[in-house]
Write a protein that binds this ligand. Sequence first.
Ligand code: ADP
Ligand code: MG
Length: 327
Amino acid sequence: MAGITIAGLSTVYPNGVRAVDALDLDILDGELFALLGPSGCGKTTLLRTIAGLEGASAGDVSIGSRVVTRLPPGDRRVAMVFQDYALFPHMTVAENIAYPLRVRGVAKPVQQETAVRTAGGLSLGALLDRRPGQLSGGQQQRAALARAVAASAEVLLLDEPLSNLDARLRLEARTFLKKLQRELELTTVFVTHDQAEALALADRIAVMDAGRIRQLGTPREVFQRPADTFVANFIGSTPMNLVPRGAEIVGVRPEYLKPAAEGLFTGTVSIVENLGVTSLVTLDCGEDQIGYVVPEDEEPEIGTVVTVDAPPARVLRYDKETGLLVR
Ligand code: ADP
Ligand code: MG
C-alpha cells in the first residue's frame, strides 16, 4: 500500500505536444482519486506516465517512498486497466486473471487459487472457463479488474473504466467499483471525462486542463466552490450561471436559486426542461439567461416574471480578467 507523489512532472511527446505540464500532485495511500477533464487535457498521458508506459520529460513520480521515474512498468507495482479492458482473447477468464502471476513465475497452484478467490470476490466464479468473447461488457470489465487486483499491485490505475458500458450497467459498475476499492483499500486513480462519475465515486478530484491541474479537492469542494470559471463550467449536471457584472463574474448554481420576493435575478420564464424529479427553468433577464431548478409540480408557466435568490454563501464571484475565484 502506497500513495503517489508527482513532482514537477512533464510529459512531452516527440511531436512537441506537452501533454503533462509541470504538474505537482499528492495522491494519498488508500485513496480513490479521480483525474477529471475534457478530452485531450492529458489524463491518459498522466496515468501512463505514472505506470511507466510513457517516459517523463521532467520531474519525478514516487510510489510510497520509492522514486519510480526511471523504473520499467513491470517494476513499479502498479496495475493498469485500459478503457477497452485489453483482456487476452485467446485465454480463459482464469488464465487472464492468473497471467500477471504466471509472468512472475508464481507456482501454478497459487496462480489457480488466487484466480478462483479473486474471481469469486468479483462474482465471476461461474465464468472462469469462458473466453472474453463470451462475456458481457460488465463481465469483461470485472475480469480486467480481477486481473489487476490479482497482480497484488500497490496502486491501481483505471483509464475510463466505465465508459464502454451502457448507462444502466455503468451505474451498477460504479457502485461495485467503489465497494471493491473500499474493501481492498488499494490506492486507486481513475480517469474520467464524466463529472457526475467523478463526483459520485472519488474521495478527491483533480480537474485537469491542458496538462495542468485547475483544482484539487473533494467532490463537495469542487462542486460548491469551483476555483475558476473553467471548473465552474465543467462541474455540475446543469451549467453554472456565470453573469458578468462590472469587473466580476457572479457565479451561482441553478440548484441553489429559489423564487423569492426580492433577489439576485428577475426575468421571464422562457424554457422549462424536465430533469426527472426536478425541472430546470430558464429565465430571460435582458442579455443574460439564468437557470434555476424547481421540484416537480412547481414549474412556473412560460411567460411568468420570476425573481430568484440564493443564500449569500452560495453566490461566488470570479475575476473577469483571470477567471479566478475572488470569494
Ligand atoms: P485525455 O486522456 O485527457 O483525452 P491524452 O493524454 O490522451 O488526453 O492526450 C493529451 C494530449 O496529448 C492531446 O493533445 C493528444 O492529442 C496528445 N497525445 C496523446 N497521445 C499522443 C501521442 N502518442 N503522440 C503525440 N501526441 C499525443
Ligand atoms: Mg484518455
